[in-house]
Design a protein around this ligand. Sequence first.
Ligand code: FAD
Ligand code: EPU
Length: 348
Amino acid sequence: MVERNRGLIFVPMSITIDRHYPLQALNTFGLDVRAERFCRFHDVESLKEALEAAQGLPKLILGGGSNVLFTSDFQGTVLKNEVKGITQIYQDGSCVRLEVGAGEVWHDLVLHTVEHGWGGLENMSLIPGSCGAAPMQNIGAYGVEMKDTFLKLKAYHIQSGEVHEFTKEQCEFGYRESVFKRKLKGQYVILSITVQVSKDPILNTSYGAIEKELEVMGAKSTVQSVSEAVIRIRQSKLPDPAVIGNAGSFFKNPVIDATLFNEIIQAHPDMPHYPAPEGHKLAAGWLIEQCGWKGKDLGGYGVHDRQALVLVNRGQATGKAIYALSEEIIRSVKGQFGVDLEREVNIV
Ligand code: FAD
Ligand code: EPU
């Protein structure tokens, strides 16, 4: 219990506010930055207290810090989400619904469902971060996205102090997009998500790499084996943030129109591409590799040598240097292919 002096009255508070708090262990780039003020909240009451104490200052809601790039110390209050709990709220013969605290670790939720043999989340095994951040950018991997099992979420409206519910439609999910990244940006703190998983799962092994990995493992397709295959594929491609700082894909895969696509594919018939509702989706990793960036080391930071879409902090880089590198990459892809890359990572 910490007491805060508000004029003449001492108000008991359930939160602790730390000053100049180190964030290196709380962002997967491992950047050595500090928050001017830092506090953890674990329910609506402590969130309200934290927001009240942060009034008038810039605020950042932090989950696992696996999709942020800090370009400097944070001159405001970082509010770390620690709302916990996985509650089974419904089940019948075919499905189970779980309401999950936003501060739960995403991969722990996936493992919980996989251990029960419930299907739906297995392709998204090992994505870092918290459950509350998962709808922010509609996380996805290996042909499956958050929206596919999503039912609803509860979020705290900072301005009114009310808790609002959002259905799937109201979240306006898109490729690495949701309403919370666009028109409601900065207005809500997600408190919980509700997902529906299946007792009679239809497995999605449409990504060729999963089928191949199952073969290598000599395993039949089950919820457990698909999860294991995805974990193995991810470990072979993506750097482990505990070893090399990174935030996964730094850019989104760009979607381009037919005219530009036809121009590029004529010159590069082997270029990977996928159909998309608004045109053609390209692989940003391929474009960046073609521009010569893959494996680039600029002295402690650079581009991963197995996945050009991942920028890495190999030592003591600053967020500013990594941001400047991302600018250079955007410029060179635009120059060589005429394609605009958009950052996936949130710049703070
Ligand atoms: P943070 O980085 O803490 O926050 C991200 C953003 O969401 C920030 O703007 C933050 O303010 C906001 N936010 C966080 N929590 C809340 C909340 N409760 N309420 C309101 N706003 C909030 N992503 C994929 O989609 N697919 C992948 O395959 C994938 N692979 C990855 C692999 C690696 C190695 C790494 C490091 C990252 C990867 N990512 C991937 C990105 C990342 O894991 C996801 O974006 C994840 O959902 C981020 O969760 P987090 O809790 O760390 O969010
Ligand atoms: N490629 C290259 N060079 C590279 C990297 C990739 O040529 O350096 C080519 C690959 O050969 C392949 C294509 O690009 O033909 C796609 O590569 P990959 O399958 O590795 O997937 P990705 O498009 O790079 C996306 C997501 C990942 C997700 C994987 C698996 C985005 C921005 N990234 O990566 O998500 O895990 O697919 O589904 O959509 C993340 O969002 O942080 C993330 C890691």
